[in-house]
Design a protein around this ligand. Structure first.
Ligand SMILES: [Zn+2]
Ligand SMILES: [Zn+2]
Length: 498
């Protein structure tokens, strides 16, 4: 049979493409011949004998092609869209690294300039006071000068150098995680490009079309997870409660903020008892730090450091805390010129809410800009969090969840009746948006677009399950659990999810 240029779809598929598509990714020497409906996965005979031995429905690929369309139509366009988004993400991640380094350099330059200023001021003072002094005092003056210069330099060493080192460690850690994410993007980008090319070449070969389309869907799903658009709904398997009250607590706990370290340790902000508590992987309090003011929210900066928002009538500040061998060690802090209610972090950018505004700060505490404001009521900008790629910001309003673009433009509002008074908010590493609130008591998962509810994870407490006045929520990848902190309750709720 001969095919002309116009019959490109009927051209035979090259052996290389066919071998590539049919190869099992787990068992290199095996060919994919079957499909497991339970896992929606292609299998070779070795897969069927091992990973899918207990699965209820495994069929031959040849049977499938007779009964259903291959689903390859439109795949090319979808691949192109996702390819473009991954490219954009890589560009923004590279920009993040540069801006982080710039922040650090600027901050150290400012600090050194400040010390130079202090020295100059002191020398000028000496110069003025030495005018009119009679001879014989020069030696004394020199000694005094040496002492004071030394004390200025020492202060720089003890305070500023420590802060700069702290910040340097953050920059290195964040840079490392961004770099590893860039590598993941590169690898997914390569896979997507490869399939984009192959999809054009398969032609009418039904089985190969089906295999390619299933493989494409898997890669696109991986890409969407990286893009924070996974959209996978959580399913609650079981729930437990854990008491986090400690002997020095004078009151019942109010847990306004929770965050989980990558190793599974949990940090809780107990605003009533004015403490930050560290829980081990079994949710037992192993350490705490007395804030001596009201801590209101917490966010992760690096795998071993968090930032805590502190707010009383007179104090508005962000306090950094390092977790070191099961102990909480306070680091630097910076003051805010406004109230603070919530805090979020993304690759060196800190987002702080005041109740009516959302502000962006750099790691050194420099206010970059105000991103959003709504002065129509008191708690229109309450808690905030950021999508994994940084291109969407979520804020809870007293009756809504709002989604903003990177520049603060309002993209979406969610006014689901089940989300009456959203108070706690958390975005998972795959971009799943968790919201908890009061009217009614509930923990919900909202789609990444921030428009509609995806799943109800917990509702009003009946006997032992459920929640009452949930105030904070966080997902732990290590334990596949959603942790919920409540108002006037000594227990955290832990929901195991799939
Ligand atoms: Zn296999
Ligand atoms: Zn299976």
């Amino acid at each position: 049979m001969t095919c002309g240029r116009e019959d490109i779809k009927k051209w035979p598929v090259s052996k290389a493409v066919e071998d590539f598509l049919r190869k099992c990714e787990v068992h290199e020497d095996e060919t994919l011949t079957q499909f497991c409906h339970d896992h929606s996965q292609l299998c070779c005979s070795a897969c069927v004998g091992t990973i899918h031995s207990q699965c209820s429905k495994v069929t031959q690929i040849s049977e499938l092609t007779n009964s259903q369309p291959t689903g390859l139509e439109g795949m090319s366009v979808e691949l192109e869209t996702v390819l473009g988004e991954i490219k954009t993400l890589q560009i923004s991640q590279k920009a993040s690294i540069q801006s982080l380094q710039k922040t650090y350099k600027e901050h150290s330059a400012v600090m050194i300039e400040q010390m130079r200023g202090n020295l100059n001021t002191y020398i000028d003072e000496c110069d003025n006071s030495s005018v009119g002094t009679s001879g014989g005092n020069e030696q004394y003056l020199k000694e005094e000068m040496c002492k004071s210069v030394l004390s200025i330099v020492n202060e720089f060493d003890n305070i500023t150098t420590k802060e700069l080192n702290e910040m340097k460690a953050e920059v290195i850690s964040i840079k490392g995680s961004v770099t590893s994410s860039i590598h993941k993007c590169t690898s997914v980008h390569n896979d997507l490009s490869q399939f984009h090319e192959i999809v054009q070449k398969i032609g009418d070969h039904k089985q190969l079309c089906l295999i390619a389309s299933i493989k494409c869907k898997h890669i696109i799903q991986q890409a969407l997870t990286l893009l924070g658009k996974s959209g996978k709904a959580f399913n609650v398997q079981s729930n437990t409660k854990h008491n986090v009250r400690i002997p020095s607590d004078k009151d019942v706990c109010i847990m306004r903020g929770i965050c989980v370290l990558p190793d599974g340790q949990v940090l809780i902000v107990d605003s009533k008892n004015q403490k930050v508590k560290l829980l081990n992987q079994q949710y037992q309090v192993v350490s705490h730090w007395d804030v001596n003011a009201r801590p209101v929210d917490i966010c992760l900066i690096t795998p071993s450091e968090v930032a805590v928002a502190v707010n009383t009538s007179k104090i508005h500040e962000v306090q950094f805390i390092t977790v070191n061998h099961g102990k909480l060690v306070p680091g630097r802090k910076f003051q805010l010129q406004h109230e603070c209610r919530g805090i979020g972090h993304h690759q060196g950018d800190l987002f702080v809410t005041s109740g009516q505004e959302l502000y962006k700060y750099s790691l050194n505490g420099k206010l970059i800009c105000s991103l959003y404001q709504d002065r129509s009521a008191n708690y229109t900008v309450y808690k905030c969090d950021v999508s994994p790629t940084g291109d969407r910001l979520y804020i809870t309003s007293y009756y809504q969840l709002r989604t903003l673009a990177r520049d603060g433009t309002l993209l979406a509002t969610c006014t689901d009746p089940a989300l009456g008074g959203p108070s706690g908010l958390h975005v998972t590493p795959a971009g799943q948006v968790l919201v908890c609130g009061d009217w009614p008591y509930t923990v919900q998962q909202v789609g990444w677009e921030g428009e509609s509810k995806l799943a109800t994870l917990a509702t009003r407490r009946t006997r032992e399950d459920g929640v009452r006045y949930p105030r904070s929520v966080c997902y732990s990848s290590t334990t596949s659990s959603i942790i919920v902190g409540q108002w006037l309750d000594d227990n955290i709720r832990v929901f195991r999810v799939e």
